[in-house]
Design a binder for this molecule. Structure first.
Ligand code: HEM
Length: 146
């Protein structure tokens, strides 16, 4: 049997909905104060903050409690935001700090592990950074570069 290269952090903590809500509210409060991330979120979300926070609570509840409450398409939500690696680094650093500030250690590690995995998947799907697949364009799918 081969060992995993990236050990999966398995859920140990029984994470409550109220912890998820605290994490989500604290994190997006800090995101809004960030001089780079704040303006992006303000512009895109506008006055839909209640909806966004509720979506994010459902998202994390699905991830760490397997409640199945989220069924959106995160890749589509991010594809027109012009994100680059620096945005992901900022987001992940802020998320890690917030998770460690508001969660017990084992819960924080689970959130952080999943956030990194999903960020990787977003970068692969959005063709950002060294993890991007950079697949050649299919014939007929764009302007030809003769
Ligand atoms: C790189 C920095 C990031 C920025 C600037 C960013 C920005 C945004 C914005 C503006 C939205 C709202 C889209 C809309 O309602 O139209 C959104 C939605 C969302 N983001 Fe991010 N995001 C980032 C990284 C991440 C990461 C790393 C994750 C996951 C760990 C994530 C998960 C989500 C989810 C689940 C939604 C909801 C999509 C839906 O409506 O179904 N984002 N993000």
């Amino acid at each position: 049997m081969t060992s995993r290269r990236i050990p999966l952090v398995e859920p140990k903590a029984n994470i409550s909905e109220s912890l998820i809500e605290t994490l989500v509210r604290t994190f997006y409060g800090r995101v809004l104060e960030d001089e780079t991330l704040g303006p992006i979120f303000r512009e895109v979300i506008g006055n839909r903050w209640d909806e966004h926070l509720a979506t994010m609570v459902d998202f994390w509840s699905s991830i760490v409690r397997s409640t199945g409450r989220y069924s959106g398409k995160p890749h589509l939500a991010h594809q027109d935001l012009g994100l680059d690696l620096a945005h992901f680094d900022l987001w992940l650093n802020l998320f890690e700090t917030t998770a460690r500030d508001v969660c017990p250690p084992d819960a924080a590690e689970l959130f952080i592990d999943r956030a990194h995995r999903i960020a990787d998947s977003l970068q692969i799907g959005l063709d950002i950074g060294p993890k991007a697949l950079r697949l050649p364009k299919k014939a007929g799918s764009g302007p030809s570069s003769a």
